[in-house]
Design a protein around this ligand. Structure first.
Ligand code: PLP
Length: 343
């Protein structure tokens, strides 16, 4: 099954920019084709526009061929490109499931693409029938964030698969927090569903938010669309090198994740002993969603102590909640000690 009928006609017709570095694929010693400075600074050449070396390493780690990978300037670039590939401004829409990550709506708003919102249920799970009832032939993208930000839980896999199987458009599963989850991700479903896109990122477990590197996994057909519309050199040389280096130190990433998971348990125990803490939601991510009495007062108190958490108390279904990232053991201890002084 092709997904061509979901793509904007102008994107299907588009002749993409052809860069010097992608036109000549053979070996050569002298490059006089790209108007670069010939003197070697380490960075005088344009980077590989398709980042093959990096994709091979990522592919080996994730168990997927490099041809099924797109790399973006953060997941945020992948979100923006998906909207521009599939959604006709003023005509098509995306579906999101609040409370969730804010960038889906911001990217859609910038593109003048409407957003249909179908609230999560009271267990923070997708309401499959309500989502399908809201969908029509203009529903080009459904964003599922699992584990979900800010609710911290994973979506039930059978619900995700039902949606991928039955939704009339593309289904994007944002797995930014998958490395902290006890649940397997959706990359394994890609072979079966051409309308599935799975996103991950170097910004969380890998400790590389500063290099801006996001991954999208999808069919070759969808990857070709990403490559058609992306800026030619969207992943710079410094970022490619930093990511290659990090991938050679996978043990470090695993140790950080284990440390954070341990701290997640500890912080949950500590917080549950505080009188003003009403509820700590189960977390499959590197943060906790915590319902407190008077969240603004707790937030302001922490700010005075130089500690910033995220106030999500005015977000639908998160009334009264703060979102707290798990820090280092030292940071978590200082955070908890500060809370002991709060009354
Ligand atoms: C943090 C986060 C991301 C990461 O975005 P990048 O652009 O890769 O830094 C993506 N999705 C969700 C839900 C997040 O919380």
């Amino acid at each position: 099954m092709s997904i061509n009928h979901l793509v904007r006609p102008n994107i299907l017709r588009l002749t993409p920019y052809s860069s010097a570095r992608s036109e000549y694929k053979g070996r050569a010693d002298i490059f006089l084709d790209a108007n670069e400075n010939p003197y070697d600074t380490g960075y005088n050449r344009y980077p590989d526009p398709l980042q093959w070396k990096l994709k091979e390493k990522i592919g080996a780690l994730k168990g997927i061929a490099p041809e099924y990978i797109f790399l973006g300037n953060g997941s945020d670039e992948a979100i923006d490109l998906l909207i521009r590939i599939f959604c006709e401004p003023g005509a098509d829409h995306i579906i999101t499931l609040p409370p969730t990550y804010g960038m889906y709506k911001v990217s859609a708003d910038i593109a003048n693409v409407a957003v249909k919102e179908v609230l999560l249920d009271k267990n923070f799970q997708p309401d499959v029938e309500a989502i399908l009832a809201a969908a029509d032939s203009h529903s080009k993208l459904l964003f599922l964030c699992s584990p979900n930000n800010p609710t911290a839980n994973s979506f039930a896999l059978d619900k995700v698969e039902q949606l991928v199987a039955r939704f009339p458009g593309m289904v994007v599963v944002d797995e930014a927090y998958i490395d902290f989850s006890g649940q397997p991700g959706c990359i394994g479903l890609l072979a079966e569903y051409p309308n599935l896109v799975v996103m991950q990122t170097f910004s969380k477990a890998w400790g590389l938010a500063g290099i801006r590197l996001g991954m999208a996994f999808a069919s070759e057909e969808v990857i070709a669309l990403f490559n058609k519309v992306k800026p030619p050199y969207n992943i710079n040389q410094l970022t490619q090198e930093a990511a290659l280096k990090a991938l050679d130190k996978q043990q470090q990433q695993k140790e950080w994740v284990q440390q954070i998971l341990g701290q997640r348990v500890l912080l949950t125990q500590y917080l549950s002993g505080l009188a003003f803490v009403q509820r700590i939601y189960p977390s499959d991510a590197n943060f906790l969603l915590v319902k407190v009495e008077n969240p603004r007062a707790v937030y302001d108190f922490l700010v005075q102590r130089g500690i910033i958490v995220r106030d999500r108390s005015r977000v639908a279904l998160c009334e009264g909640c703060l979102r707290i990232t798990i820090g280092t053991p030292e940071e978590n201890e200082l955070f908890f000690k500060a809370l002991l002084d709060y009354f």
